[in-house]
Design a protein around this ligand. Structure first.
Ligand SMILES: C[S@@+](CC[C@H](N)C(=O)[O-])C[C@H]1O[C@@H](n2cnc3c(N)ncnc32)[C@H](O)[C@@H]1O
Length: 358
């Protein structure tokens, strides 16, 4: 059955004639130390390949700040708190959040701000952007101070590598990539889906013809769950996500703000996928982690994004007003990011918190 080779997958960019599972391929395409997309490119903004919510409007980060401080106020006012961003990109969201926090000294003085980031190139630019702010970068989450911890992240889960499994005539295959003559192609190998299910302790293949699973996502959710179980706290994630029971192929690559073929721009395009909330909830519930979710649109409207936009626009020129509302609209419009993106709140029993999730 094991007819592919993981072997030198680190040499994906140089080697020929091999097959690797999709998750190894994605990991290399994005994080190969020399050629990986996030290790050599600066993907964000107009001149990059894609634009994320914190880079569309500062008000997005202000709303996340509002949520963080409200959570702290409800559960942990008397304690210091770790505020940890997962996958901070160009550091824009953390920058805005700390700027807002500084206006609330009581809260600010209790906060330890940290970033958990994989790309050394991005860490460098985050450090530059945040040089006037008190932030630490952590590679090992076990080293966090012994305080309640709020983990938050925008487009973090959707950037993690996935595996894909396909059922043809009641036989399950794992999707792999092979490289021959410098060209990458999809291929498949037969697999034992029961072994996969055993690994995640979930029976998921029944009634499905296609599965997308990220072991890295499970690993990290489990890790964060262990931390908040011990120290207290929660997780707030905003991702490109869907709620259908049936899974489908959501793998995509983006370059210069356009979708491109995943196998044609390897190392120069961003590869991502959509989170299946239904599946993520099942997995989280198994480890006693509850998950509430809402669309980005409803979450931001509940937090008062329109009021904030009106306040900011009140004293500005017509052009600036139009700009503020144009950007807010991109975040909440049903046909733009409003419904495609979901906000997920992961919490332990007795930590129900409805702000943004009513
Ligand atoms: C799509 S970008 C989003 C960046 C930023 N949050 C934003 O909204 O602009 C994904 C981020 O997650 C980071 N990342 C991906 N996998 C990671 C991992 N396993 N550990 C830490 N950071 C990771 C990437 O390097 C990048 O900073």
């Amino acid at each position: 059955m094991q007819d592919y080779y993981y072997g030198n997958s680190k040499k994906m960019f140089e080697k020929e004639n091999y097959k690797i599972p999709l998750d190894k391929f994605i990991n290399n395409a994005l994080y190969h130390p020399k050629n990986g997309y996030y290790m050599q490119k600066f993907p964000f903004g107009k001149k990059g390949d894609f634009i994320t919510a914190p880079n569309i409007s500062n008000i997005f980060s202000e709303m996340i700040f509002l949520w963080l401080i409200s959570y702290w106020q409800k559960f942990h006012t008397k304690r210091n708190i770790n505020i940890v961003e997962l996958g901070a990109g160009n550091g824009e969201m953390m920058f805005q959040i700390i700027n807002s926090a500084k206006k609330f000294t009581k809260f600010y003085n209790k906060c330890n701000f940290s970033i958990y980031e994989k790309s050394n190139k991005l860490i460098k630019s985050q450090k530059e952007k945040l040089k006037k702010h008190k932030v630490t970068w952590i590679k090992n989450l076990d080293k966090l101070k012994n305080n309640p911890t709020i983990f938050f992240g925008n487009e973090f889960l959707d950037a993690l590598p996935i595996k894909q499994f396909i059922n043809y005539d009641n036989i399950w295959y794992e999707r792999c990539i092979e490289k021959k003559g410098g060209v990458y192609n999809f291929t498949k190998i037969r697999c034992d889906i029961k072994k996969i299910e055993k690994k995640i302790n979930l029976k998921i293949s029944k009634k499905q013809k296609f599965l997308e699973i990220s072991f890295e996502e499970f690993k990290i959710i489990q890790k964060l769950n262990n931390i908040i179980t011990k120290k207290g706290g929660c997780i707030l994630l905003i991702d490109y996500a869907y709620t259908n029971k049936k899974m489908f192929d959501t793998l995509q690559a983006v370059k210069n703000h356009r979708k491109v073929n995943v196998l044609e721009e390897v190392g120069s395009s961003d590869i991502s996928h959509m989170i299946n909330i239904n599946f993520l909830k099942k997995y989280s519930n198994k480890i006693n982690l509850k998950v509430d979710h809402n669309t980005q649109r409803e979450f931001l409207l509940n937090l008062g994004i329109m009021n904030r936009a009106e306040i900011l626009a009140a004293k500005t020129s017509f052009l600036e007003k139009a700009n503020i509302f144009y950007r807010v609209n991109r975040l909440i419009d049903k046909k733009q990011m409003g419904e495609l993106f979901k906000v997920m709140y992961f919490y332990k029993k007795n930590q129900k918190f409805k702000l943004g999730f009513k």
